[in-house]
Write a protein that binds this ligand. Structure first.
Ligand code: OSB
Ligand code: MG
Length: 367
């Protein structure tokens, strides 16, 4: 594939309500939407970096810089035979997984559209729908209990609660007594420390499916120590950034469950390698979310059709997060099941008028 043009577009879209985690309360999405153009066919990707490095270390400004200075010029100069080549070709530029993924995803979408096949079939995914859960931001206890009940009634296959020290046992006690059967998980986004081991062990009574990223955002060692003290399984999110890190985490017992985000791993090829590691080791994995727009959401849905994604993912209905989306197809779950968008590539088309209305900047790089 040769590329004629690559567009980097920064968009800003309000959430329907603020999303509060242990690291921030966010009321809007700022994302980089990438478009590659090759032989009259476009492909789209989404960068999940934030304006400030609150989740991991990447930022929009840093990601755009690397795209401009390295990834996009390289792609315009070399092109590729297959999108799976890009991960290794770009490995000499260290880190910056979210920036790499933002460009690589667009190339995969473009490649699939040129072959006129759905992205999932290129990856070997055979499902036509995926099971999904919902991730609830922090809200007062009564509202959270009502929200869990609402999502259970909607058919979501599991509910994840955001927690932090001082915002955990009371919430979990209330949710468990209202919904004793719901498949429940918690996500601390790195808010606890190893000194909190006794507190975290006390969560065993809530019968959680797993605890997501309790400790430091780049740690494996302390998570392995913690895991030995808990009955509840540990799932890592922030700490897992490459196939090698996943192998290390599973081998040292830092986690038994793997949250996969294509941005954090540097693209689809990297996720395919993570997938094979998890399948080989029988480690359950699931597809996480970053409150993506329809572009990133559609990519997540296609990825999650791979057989190793055995737990429900975070890719819930887009309408939970946005009043209006930048894609024309509604990405809506029914009874906790999200259909894979049909058609070629990721199966969605842009609502260009709305996209323009939420665009903050556009730059187009050419041959
Ligand atoms: O830790 O999984 C996370 C959103 C932004 C950043 C980090 C996380 C999340 C979510 C939301 O939990 C998942 C979603 O609905 O996309
Ligand atoms: Mg998480």
């Amino acid at each position: 594939m040769r590329f004629d043009e690559i567009e980097l577009r920064v968009i800003r879209m309000p959430y329907r309500s603020a999303f509060k985690t242990s690291f921030a309360s966010e009321s809007q999405k700022v994302a980089v939407i990438t478009t590659v153009r090759s032989d009259g066919v476009e492909g789209y990707g989404e960068g999940v970096m934030d304006p400030l490095p609150m989740y991991r270390e990447e930022t929009i400004a840093g990601g755009l810089g690397l795209m401009r200075d390295a990834l996009v010029p390289w792609l315009l100069q070399h092109g590729c035979l297959h999108p799976s080549e890009l991960l290794d070709a770009w490995s000499r530029w260290r880190g910056n997984s979210m920036a790499k993924a933002a460009v690589e995803l667009a190339v995969w979408d473009c490649f699939a559209r040129q072959q006129d096949v759905p992205l999932c079939s290129l990856l070997g995914g055979r499902r036509t729908e995926i099971e999904v859960g919902a991730s609830l931001g922090m809200n007062p206890v009564p509202e959270t209990v009502a929200s869990v009940e609402h999502h259970v009634a909607e058919g979501y296959r599991r509910v994840k609660l955001k927690i932090e020290p001082g915002w955990d046992r009371e919430l979990l006690t209330a949710v468990r007594s209202a919904c004793p059967q719901v498949e429940l998980t918690v996500d601390a986004n790195s808010a606890y420390a190893l000194d909190d081991t006794d507190l975290l062990r006390s969560f065993d009574e809530f019968d959680l499916h797993y605890i997501e990223q309790p400790l430091h955002w780049d740690d494996l060692h302390d998570h392995a120590t913690l895991a030995r003290s808990l009955r509840t399984p540990i799932c890592l999110d922030e700490s897992l950034t490459s196939p090698a890190r996943v192998k290390a985490a599973l081998d040292m017992g830092a986690c038994t469950v793997v949250n996969v985000k294509v941005g954090r791993f540097g693209g689809i090829e990297s996720v395919v390698r993570v997938h094979d590691i998890c399948v080989e080791r029988n480690a359950p994995m699931w597809c996480g979310g970053m409150l993506e727009t329809g572009i990133g959401r559609a990519h997540n849905i296609h990825l999650a059709t791979l057989p190793g994604f055995v737990y429900p993912g975070d890719t819930a209905s887009a309408s939970r997060t946005y009043a209006r989306d930048i894609v024309e197809q509604p990405l809506e779950a029914v009874d906790g099941v999200m259909p894979v968008p049909a058609g070629s590539g990721i199966g969605v088309t842009l609502d260009r008028a709305f996209l323009d209305s939420v665009t903050e900047s556009v730059e187009v790089l050419r041959q």
